[in-house]
Each structure stands twice: as C-alpha cells, then as structure tokens.
Write a protein that binds this ligand. Structure first.
Ligand code: ZN
Length: 254
C-alpha cells in the first residue's frame, strides 16, 4: 500500500491537468492521497476534489501556521464548523513557522493548542508543519500529550535527538523529497530510525524529489522517495511500501 500522506493537489498548480496527475498517481501504485487544508479559502476546492475522486482523495481540516494572522479566531471557527458538518481524516495542517514571519508566533501557539483540543475532542490525528521551530513544536505537543494524541511531524528534517523525541511522543516522521536531496543529511538521521515510525509524503506541489527537484511536485513522484528509502535500508521497495503504508492507514484510520 503506497500512500501519499500529504499532497496539496487542490492547489492552482494542478487545475489544468488534474485528471492526468491522478492517473499517473494510480499508475505509480499510490492507493490513497491525504490532503492537508490551508485555511478557509482552500476548503471548498479540497472537498470538491475529494468528491471528484471518492475513495482515493481524503480531506483534512485545519489552519496552516502561515495563515495564522490577526483574524485567526474567525479562521478557527471555520475549522470548527466544518468538523461539526462532516468527517475528516485529520486536523491539518497545523503547526508553527518562524521562517516566513515571526510576527504572529503568539497567535500561532494559540492556534496550535486550540487545534490540538479539537483533535482530542473529535478523536483525530494531527498533521504538523514546523519550520525553524521544531523544538518549540515538540514542546507544544509534549504539553498536550495525554496518551491519546497521535499524528505526523510532516516534512521532518530534524536531527536524531529530535527524531527520537517525536517518536517517544507517539508521533510519526513524514518523509518526503528532502531525503533525496544531495547533502540534506537527512539520510544519515533516518538510517538510525526504524521504518515503523515513518510515513511517506510528497507535499505536492512543493519539494519535488531528485531527479525532479525544482519542478512542480506530484504524487507519482513518491516512487523516488520510496526508492531512496529502500536503498538506504537495503530492503525491497515492497517492504518499505508495506510498513509505511500500514502506518499511514492506521494513523488515518482507513
Ligand atoms: Zn503541506
């Protein structure tokens, strides 16, 4: 079971060739795609896409840290409304980001805690984005972990200690294109982590893996990440696919 646990295929980048993108994804062996929401402006196109590809594309609901601004209370109300209306696979993507803008860090933390509470209330996993803020985010999760919180640190690029802390918190590491980048150093960290703690993701349309680096990313490129992991662990692609796929389906309760 090859699963793309993180793909923004509802983005404008796919509006002209979405059918082909999904066809290539199926051809590459991907069985399901999970779509992380951004904010109130992306929800409807995401849900429309899910309805177009039922049983293949699954929606999450949440507020991305880069969309946490002065109006984040209104944005969080939108998340809450949607949760009352229908089922989602996870709360996401949510998190913290100090790379683009540090202005709203207090609001980002508030929005994080608020969304964790929603996840606990609705018994859903969380999908976490963090950039230049991994230690801070690990602490936020630690403060809230009561034994029933689960999720993914998406696009994990931290060091071995951070990886171990995340695993100890009962979370998965989301592994994407960065693993294939020359000199990322992520391969050396991941080599010491058991496959049972990993899930695969593309983060389409961003972070295309080598040899597509710099191009628009799409779910079918998950095969390059799969191949790199199989090489790294010196196991078959089938076994990487099986273990990481089971992890993903367990987490998203599919
Ligand atoms: Zn994302």
């Amino acid at each position: 079971m090859l699963i793309d646990t993180h793909a923004h295929i509802f983005s404008d980048h796919f509006e002209n060739d979405l059918d082909e993108v999904i066809a290539r994804s199926k051809e590459a062996g991907i069985k399901k795609l999970f779509m992380p929401n951004i904010d109130s402006e992306s929800v409807e196109s995401m849900i429309a896409l899910e309805e177009r590809f039922p049983g293949y594309c699954y929606s999450m609901i949440g507020l991305h840290p880069c969309s946490v601004k002065g109006n984040h209370h209104d944005e969080l109300k939108v998340v809450e409304k949607w949760l009352e209306r229908r089922k989602f696979s996870a709360i996401g993507e949510m998190g913290t980001d100090l790379y683009w803008d540090k202005t709203y860090i207090k609001e980002q933390k508030n929005a994080f805690n608020y969304q964790v509470d929603l996840a606990l209330e609705h018994d859903l996993p969380i999908v976490i984005h963090c950039r230049e803020s991994i230690d801070l985010t690990i602490d936020l999760v630690k403060n809230k972990q009561n034994g029933s919180l689960s999720g993914i640190f998406h696009c994990f690029t931290g060091d071995i200690e951070q990886a171990r802390k995340i695993i100890d918190l009962g979370f998965y590491l989301g592994i994407g294109g960065v693993l294939t980048f020359k000199n990322s150093g992520l391969d050396k960290v991941i080599k010491d982590i058991d496959l049972q703690y990993l899930v695969l993701e593309t983060d389409s349309p961003y972070l295309a893996p080598t040899p597509k680096r710099g191009k628009r990313n799409e779910p079918s490129y998950l095969k390059f990440i799969l191949r790199r992991l199989a090489d790294l662990y010196e196991v078959s692609e089938d076994s990487v696919e099986k273990i990481t796929g089971e992890n993903a389906l367990n987490l998203y309760r599919q």
